[in-house]
Design a protein around this ligand. Sequence first.
Ligand SMILES: [Zn+2]
Ligand SMILES: [Zn+2]
Length: 275
Amino acid sequence: MGCLLDEYNMKINHDAHMHTFLSNCCHDEQHVPLNILKKASQMGIKKLCFTDHMWAKEIKLDDAWYANQDFNHVMQVKNMIPKDTFGVDVLIGCETEYLGDGLIGISQETASKFDFVLAPTNHDLTNYFQRKGIIESKEMAENLIQRFKEVLSFDVANGIAHPFLPLGYFERGDEILSYLSEEELNECFSMANEKKVSIELNTDTFASNWNRHTDHFTNEAFLRIFEIAKKAKCKFHFGSDAHSLEDMDLLPKMQRFVDWLKIEEDDINPLFRTP
Ligand SMILES: [Zn+2]
Ligand SMILES: [Zn+2]
């Protein structure tokens, strides 16, 4: 007899954040839709969204890294998808960029051409903080809150990629995150809920997944944050953020956190629910 819980527990069966060899930071030539979908199917993934890094041409930016990673570039993935997707439903999305100070890498018009737009709020923290002379953890936390709201205000995102991850500052991750008050987080997540923007549970978020778990950066810090998101009735999506076939193995490792947070089918962004 099966355990009753099995019927109710949300099993990770979608991957909403997937890079391919089209992303400049992907160095695995085998990381292409055919191999990704084959592996995803074997892992029990029913829906998968390709989200390569994208900065739209219509938004002027002097940045060599993004120069070739525009709309047309990431859309090439469409032609790489095999006829037989091994039973996996495929969505075409992107992971755009936010550089702070109101500079976001996608227009509403371009955003509307994707099934799903992921917006990060924290890729360039190191450069930004250095430029602005921000060194205190408290100020960093304030910036993370501010960026989260700014990204939502542009109305281009359907999901927030790795929310509040203090990229570049893991050695004092817990300290930075401890400055995010329940009230501020609730405000951010309520705004996301209102705008129907889902919150990502990213393999990167949980320190243990990447062997980053130390006394200074723990899984618990993010469990507190996601608990507040759940209380604010936010919807969630899961993302491996895989840049290689090997990275895909990290996704099921989040299951214990999904169970701990009691995330159910109803808590999932409708786009990624499975019938
Ligand atoms: Zn990212
Ligand atoms: Zn990513």
